[in-house]
Design a protein around this ligand. Structure first.
Ligand SMILES: *Cc1c(COP(=O)(O)O)cnc(C)c1O
Length: 468
């Protein structure tokens, strides 16, 4: 399998070449040059596999440059009961007939990002070891990504993590989770500023090409193809557990990474009827799927909500879907994302025949959920099923109910556990969420964190000083 860019540059690359890269050189995102097809007979043979072996089967269709025995060992090392809490790894919980939750949040940081990041940590360590190289991962987080990256990379050879987060913006649980890590290769930098300041610093450091090269700076953001590929696996696992012939998935969405993996699974032939995209008040994507207009928001128009991991102004993975939607016309994608978005912060496909295909051919439908919806859904799910859901999952559940179809089970992806967003649970239910035993007393642990000014030169000096 070779990889191409959504903006049409034709330098085809192997998996391990793009593993440690972010954007393609032309500014596009990497995608496989075709989607391997999985027929009914293959599906039947995969049905009974343990999760790690299912992951190996799917990954091996996309990875030619890691020997199969090594790839299998990496999958088995990643997806264990020890790390993810159950033998099923992503167990299905039935709420009522035809309505399930797929639990993706039982990894080390209690959000679905562990599903991909844990694999990425092992892939990075393997590939860096093979090359005899090191990597310094620089990132900005408003919560779930940073902790998932740190727990995946801590203690790994050849890697350091420098993670910027905005002072006081993460939930107390998220802060405690990250800042209590004592591993020497993990550095938490709390920036006196907001999330956008953190992102600007990462951009400024990455744009200094000499610094980037000298200090081997890399990223683990959601545009990384390996992360997306790892996520494809749980769509298959959810489908198998449902026992149905066809299912729909509802996905709480922000950067379009999670649901893009569902799109890939569907393109491979997994019988998915609908991909139900749920947004919060930041409804960039809902607006596109309803109207055909993609309109990037300014920072000032990006709402701070009670499902903060979906608070986005633009969806960084969305270009991958648009590439497929427009018949993989890289020139057209380049003109939309490079020229039009830069000039006007929007593009409009409403008059394009291809836009209709988003629903008819690709199965996408969408909806949005507000703070009031979130509270109501958390209350309803608790009172009827005795189950506590987190705020993001509640957005997914709310929108899922708008698209139920007789005879097609709906699987809502549970993207985090309620303990990560306790304040809203208390607001909805008047009680604290359950806390898994291993997190008891975490907020009282000693912290390893450095408060810095919102200044790229300070971050550069810190990195230089910690790369002895
Ligand atoms: C990251 C995240 C999302 C959004 O996922 P995308 O891949 O950005 O669409 C939703 N819920 C939770 C809890 C998350 O951490």
């Amino acid at each position: 399998m070779k990889y191409i860019s959504t903006r049409g540059h034709t330098d085809r690359k192997q998996f391990c070449e793009i593993l440690l890269e972010g954007l393609a050189p032309d500014g596009g995102l990497y995608l496989p040059e075709h989607y391997p097809q999985v027929d009914a007979a293959t599906l039947a043979t995969w049905r009974g596999l343990p999760y790690a072996d299912l992951a190996f089967e799917i990954l091996s269709l996309y990875i030619d440059d890691i020997p199969p025995a090594d790839l299998k060992a990496l999958c088995r090392k990643t997806y264990t009961r020890d790390v993810f809490g159950t033998e099923a790894i992503v167990p299905l919980k039935t709420l009522e007939a035809g309505m399930h939750l797929e639990a993706l949040s039982n990894g080390p940081t209690l959000a679905f990002k562990d599903m991909a990041m844990q694999l990425l940590g092992n892939l990075f360590e393997y590939e860096l070891g093979r090359r005899g190289e090191e990597l310094n991962i620089l990132g900005a987080t408003s919560g779930d990504t940073g902790s998932a990256a740190e727990y995946a990379m801590k203690g790994k050879h050849g890697m350091r993590v420098f993670m910027l987060s905005p002072n006081g913006r993460m939930s107390p649980f998220q802060q405690a989770q990250m800042f209590s890590l004592m591993d020497e290769n993990i550095h938490n930098l709390v920036v006196d500023g907001v999330f956008d300041d953190c992102q600007d610093i990462v951009k400024a450091v990455s744009n200094d090409l000499a610094f980037k090269r000298q200090y081997r700076i890399g990223t683990v953001n959601s545009i990384n193809w390996a992360r997306l590929l790892a996520q494809v696996v749980y769509y298959f696992a959810g489908y198998f557990q449902s026992g149905a012939e066809k299912v729909s998935f509802a996905v709480p969405s922000g950067n379009f990474g999670n649901i893009c993996a569902g799109h890939v699974a569907r393109m491979m032939g997994l019988p998915i009827e609908q991909l139900v995209l749920a947004t919060n008040e930041n409804d960039v994507l809902d607006e596109f799927f309803r109207t055909g207009v993609y309109r990037v928001r300014a920072s000032a128009d990006t709402h701070e909500t009670s499902s903060p991991s979906m608070d986005i102004s633009k969806a960084s993975n969305f270009e991958r879907f648009v590439f497929d939607l427009l018949g993989r016309d890289g020139e057209r994608v380049k003109s939309l994302f490079d020229d039009q978005l830069k000039a006007t912060a929007r593009f409009d496909l409403s008059g394009d025949a291809a836009f209709q295909a988003a629903r008819t051919k690709y199965g996408f439908v969408s909806g949005k959920s507000s703070h009031a919806d979130r509270l109501a859904t958390i209350r309803d799910t608790w009172s009827r099923f005795g189950l506590m859901v987190d705020t993001h999952t509640a957005d997914g559940l709310k929108v899922a109910r708008e698209y139920l179809q007789p005879g097609v089970p709906m699987i809502v992806l549970e993207t985090a556990l309620p303990i990560k967003f306790a304040a809203t649970i208390v607001e909805a239910l008047g009680r604290e969420p359950e806390r898994p035993a291993k997190f008891a007393g975490m907020e009282a642990l000693p912290r390893r964190v450095k408060l810095i000014a919102a200044d790229a030169s300070v971050v550069k000096a810190f990195i230089a000083g910690n790369c002895a």
